[in-house]
Structure formats: structure tokens, C-alpha cells
Ligand binder design. Structure first.
Ligand code: FMN
Length: 215
């Protein structure tokens, strides 16, 4: 696959089929992850690939509780507003909310979860390049993924399910459920680059880029 297609179309793909992700595809995903840069090439990361149904069910329970906590605290007001308004922002929030609730209700059916952990990486900057590499490689193999951090609501509980040696300082960065998409790939919608990027000094505009530059 063209790298630009992968860059532009790797979306939060939460609605996926239960079909297993074969071992060779899993191997490519994890091998791509560890090609990523890390500060000083320290590679202070660990990954847990979870495809055991019992483990996925246990994580699913924690995920459901976490998602409910998210929408009853941090996103409470937005969730209420989205139910009553038709403005474009509310619509977009509602779409994400529906998709997240789909993930909650169908979590046990995910065929694969990728957990990423870092150690003593205070900036968090050395783990997410590896996670994104994994998601791009998954995309190249037709596998959808969605990065989630909401399990952090559950503190050490996910680490205990996975047997993580917490005393060694391993910290969960994220959980990335994966699987073959139910829907279609599309270009990720974003505010255009010229609204958020400047040239040479803050506020000095770059030339407008009104449409995505791919395809
Ligand atoms: C640091 C980070 C944390 C995220 N946490 C969650 C999460 O807990 N649950 C979830 O469903 N999506 C999560 N996402 C996915 C975002 O919601 C998603 O990337 C965003 O809505 C854009 O989606 P799109 O690429 O499909 O347009 C997270 C993304 C990032 C980068």
C-alpha cells in the first residue's frame, strides 16, 4: 500500500468483525511497532498482544466501566448537549459517542488487542510513535484499529489482568483494539492545516490547503 494512503485513511476504526487476525499479520504489526524511534533509542517499551477470549472478556468489563465513567464525568456535558442539539459539533460528538458505545457493547468480539507500555518515559513521547507504526501497518494489512486510553480510569486493574510487573515502573500507555473493519476506510476529517500551522513565526500564515492533498 502507498504510504500516503495509509497516512490519510488510518482512522479510529471501532466497528470490526470478530474474524481472527492471523499470526503473520500480528507479527508484521508488532515488528513495525518496534521499528519506531524512541529517545536515545532506549526502546523502553513492552507490548502485550491479547487474542485470548478470556482475557479480552476481562478487559472488556474494565473497558465498559471506564467508558461509562468517561461519559458520566469528563464528557458529561458534551454528551448531554449532543443528545439535544443538531449543530455540526454536536453531531460529530454524537457519532464518536455512538461508535465508542458500539465498542463497549461488542468488546468481547474484538479478535485482537494491542497494549503498549513504557517505563520512565515522563513525556510519553517514546511510545506513541511505536503505537502509530503498529496502527499504520495494521491498516496496510486491512486491519482496523482504534487507540484508547480510557482504561486508565481503572488504574492498576488492567495491569493486574495482564500480569504486568508494576514494581518495575511499567506504565500502560494505551490499548488498541484491532480487527477487520465492518465499514469502509475514508480520509480522516480534520481542521485544515492552514488553520493550525504557521510559517517562521507564530500567527504568520502558510498558504491555504483547503482540501486533503491525497488522493
Ligand atoms: C491519546 C489518545 C487517546 C484516545 N483515547 C480514546 C479512548 O479512550 N477511546 C476511544 O474510543 N478513542 C480514543 N482515541 C481515539 C480518538 O477519539 C480518535 O483518534 C479521534 O476521534 C479521531 O478519529 P478519526 O481518526 O476516526 O477521525 C484516542 C486517541 C488518542 C490520540
Amino acid at each position: 500500500m502507498d504510504i500516503r494512503e495509509a497516512l490519510y485513511t488510518t482512522r479510529a476504526m471501532r466497528r470490526v468483525k470478530p474474524d481472527p487476525v492471523p499470526d503473520d499479520v500480528q507479527a508484521r504489526i508488532i515488528d513495525a511497532a518496534i521499528r519506531a524511534p524512541s529517545g536515545g533509542n532506549t526502546q523502553g517499551w513492552r507490548f502485550v498482544m491479547v487474542d485470548d477470549k478470556g482475557q479480552i472478556a476481562k478487559i472488556g468489563e474494565l473497558m465498559a466501566e471506564s467508558i461509562d465513567m468517561l461519559f458520566s464525568t469528563i464528557y458529561k456535558e458534551q454528551a448531554e448537549y449532543a443528545q439535544t442539539s443538531d449543530d455540526p459539533e454536536a453531531k460529530q460528538f454524537k457519532a464518536i459517542m455512538n461508535s465508542v458505545h458500539w465498542a463497549r457493547d461488542n468488546f468481547a468480539e474484538y479478535p485482537l488487542l494491542l497494549f503498549a507500555f513504557d517505563q520512565f518515559d515522563t513525556s510519553g513521547g517514546s511510545i506513541f510513535p511505536a503505537v502509530w507504526n503498529a496502527m499504520l501497518q495494521a491498516r496496510a494489512d486491512g486491519v482496523g484499529s482504534s487507540l484508547t486510553s480510557v482504561l486508565l480510569f481503572k488504574g492498576e486493574e488492567p495491569l493486574d489482568v495482564l500480569g504486568v510487573p508494576k514494581e518495575e515502573g511499567w506504565r500502560m500507555a494505551c490499548c488498541v483494539p484491532m480487527g477487520y473493519p465492518l465499514g469502509k476506510w475514508g480520509v480522516a476529517k480534520r481542521n485544515p492545516a492552514h488553520e493550525v500551522a504557521y510559517r517562521n513565526t507564530w500567527g504568520n500564515p502558510i498558504d491555504p490547503i483547503p482540501e486533503p492533498l491525497w488522493p
